[in-house]
Design a protein around this ligand. Sequence first.
Ligand SMILES: Nc1nc(=O)c2c([nH]1)NC[C@@H]1CN(c3ccc(C(=O)N[C@@H](CCC(=O)O)C(=O)O)cc3)C=[N+]21
Length: 276
Amino acid sequence: MAIIIDGKKISTEIKDELKEKVASLNKDITLCVIQVGSDPASTIYVNNKKKACEYIGIKSLSYELPNETTEEELIGLVEELNNQPNVNGILVQLPLPKHINEDKIIQTIAPHKDVDGFHPENVGRLSIGQKGFVSCTPAGIVQLLKRYNIPIEGKECVVVGRSNIVGKPIAMLMLRENATVTVCHSRTKDLKEITKRADILIVAIGKPKFITKEYVKEGAVVIDVGIHRNEDNKLCGDVDFDDVIEKVSAITPVPGGVGPMTIAMLMHNCVESGIA
Ligand SMILES: Nc1nc(=O)c2c([nH]1)NC[C@@H]1CN(c3ccc(C(=O)N[C@@H](CCC(=O)O)C(=O)O)cc3)C=[N+]21
């Protein structure tokens, strides 16, 4: 029987640990969350982040900006928050409207307030093993594996997807944990042949139910980073859960897997920023 990895439960454990830490600090921690426009999915995620802050005892300040906000205006706000010593974390919810250059905004955030771990300085630090903020979804995946006592060292880890916010950083993190890492993407030939080698298969491609049992080795651990909402508001991941369940030894569900961990690790980064 496969283990269903309970991200909701582990995220609550982590949040409870953080709540205790914050209570013992005697110091305010403040996260600023900036959302441009009103994409409904973004609003759900932003609200989940604010709820988590409240639970842990972190102050959250919301900036809800209209879709027409210019790049200059957004840069101005980020710079203003960079300069406020009471602000510990700045999060600009992605995606941004097309007229705003995301890279430019991310690079404007002061690296020591970049609790998403998206700034090139933090990405660079991760890749050369220096301390810095680690991107929340990858950090959450490693926490899930560790807290379920799933060994990483020496394992064959295959990552499907090479985005800057998930694929690339999770590959770096698994490498740091001494896995043997292969990164696959849309131009990979014989994808199935490669994914079938994986002891740990991490999927972040953004295609609903793409990974079926033909892609998975018997007994593999499958981590599903995808999140898709269908017509009747039901969520599913990049992995066809019902199809692979008989074959895997452990798997993260959607919802209730990686998603809540992303938020728990964001809270972790905020607390780290507040302590520093
Ligand atoms: N600057 C920035 N930082 C992010 O961390 C960031 C972002 N932009 N843009 C979008 C993605 C996506 N993301 C999620 C967070 C929580 C859930 C989550 O809580 N998921 C729940 C379900 C929530 C629901 O009902 O939709 C679950 O999987 O159980 C999902 C996805 C953070 N992201």
